[in-house]
Design a protein around this ligand. Structure first.
Ligand code: 0O2
Length: 267
């Protein structure tokens, strides 16, 4: 196939990946803005390289003219979660969307592959608007925990290095690590509430600090410079105490002060 033709084929897939990544990033940002727990920790997407497509076509005996029908992961999005339970929450979230049609699901978390590979796969149909009109294409979403991702990334590199024939000794060690990862995921799930609370607190703190700094920045315009500097120093003093209640209280008081100045300057 000519390179130009490959480009034409792959372009809508690149668009699909970009759009899906933006959409999942939006979910992440919206939930975090509301200080809600977000089950998606990391998002990545990729279009398969031409070399990888050709290799897979050979391996799976897919004729090039049937490529778009039979190779369902030309466009791939990976969603990484902190906890196993989150993988299922994310899968449910996807199933409820009107812009993504889930065609099939493979739960390699409940039933890992012989290699030890764990992940939740969703084959989807997704429509993009191209310059030639709408195009509905196949794509794959892989949902997995940080631990599963770490393992599969390493195993994937070794598969590549050994051209699919990983030496037995190394294979045994990988299986052992896969078992350890299952155990680690299990233990992390057990302390999930604690981790979730800590993470939510970090996002809330970040949001409050951003708001405070923006308000102080505005005060330099509305209030006297001396007053703004005084408030800024007060903020740094409170910030160092690492006390969320005091930080929240300070943010509220600051809002009232800023509102007062704003009212003065607009009246
Ligand atoms: P790359 O480089 O990741 O793009 P599915 O049909 O989706 O339910 P199945 O049958 O495993 O699952 O399909 P396939 O085509 O064999 O695998 C799809 C993708 O899943 C792979 O893409 C991998 O990303 C991942 N995967 C599946 N099995 C394994 C495994 O044993 N180890 C690792 N590390 N990853 C796996 P590709 O084609 O490998 O390419």
């Amino acid at each position: 196939m000519e390179i130009q033709l490959w480009r034409e084929i792959l372009e809508p897939y690149a668009l699909a990946v970009d759009e899906l990544v933006i959409k999942f990033t939006h979910i992440q940002k919206s939930l975090r803005k509301q200080d809600d727990y977000c089950p998606i920790e990391l998002i990545s997407g990729r279009v398969k390289t031409i070399a990888s497509i050709v290799e897979k076509c050979n391996r799976k005996k897919i004729p090039l003219e049937r490529l778009e029908e039979e190779m369902t992961d030309i466009a791939g999005v990976r969603l990484i979660c902190q906890f196993v339970e989150d993988c299922y929450v994310v899968a449910d979230m996807i199933k409820k969307r009107s812009d993504i049609l889930v065609v099939s699901e493979s739960d390699y978390i409940a039933e890992p592959k012989d290699s030890g590979y764990r992940s939740y796969h969703m084959k989807i149909r997704y429509t993009v608007e191209t310059v030639k009109g709408p195009k509905t294409l196949n794509a794959e979403i892989q949902i997995r925990t940080l631990g599963m991702n770490c393992w599969s990334t390493i195993e994937h590199s070794l598969q590549y290095k050994y051209r699919g024939n990983i030496p037995e000794e190394l294979r045994n060690r990988l299986e052992h690590v896969a078992d350890e990862m299952v155990q680690t995921d299990r233990e992390l799930s057990e302390i999930r509430d604690e981790i979730k609370a800590a993470r939510e607190q970090r996002f809330e703190e970040e949001r409050i600090v951003n708001d405070i700094l923006l308000t102080i920045q505005n005060l330099y315009r509305f209030a006297s410079r001396r007053e703004a500097v005084r408030i800024q120093e007060e903020f740094f003093r409170i910030y160092e105490e690492k006390n969320m209640d005091k930080l929240r209280y300070f943010a509220n008081e600051l809002d009232i002060i800023a509102e007062g100045y704003r009212a003065q300057t607009t009246s």
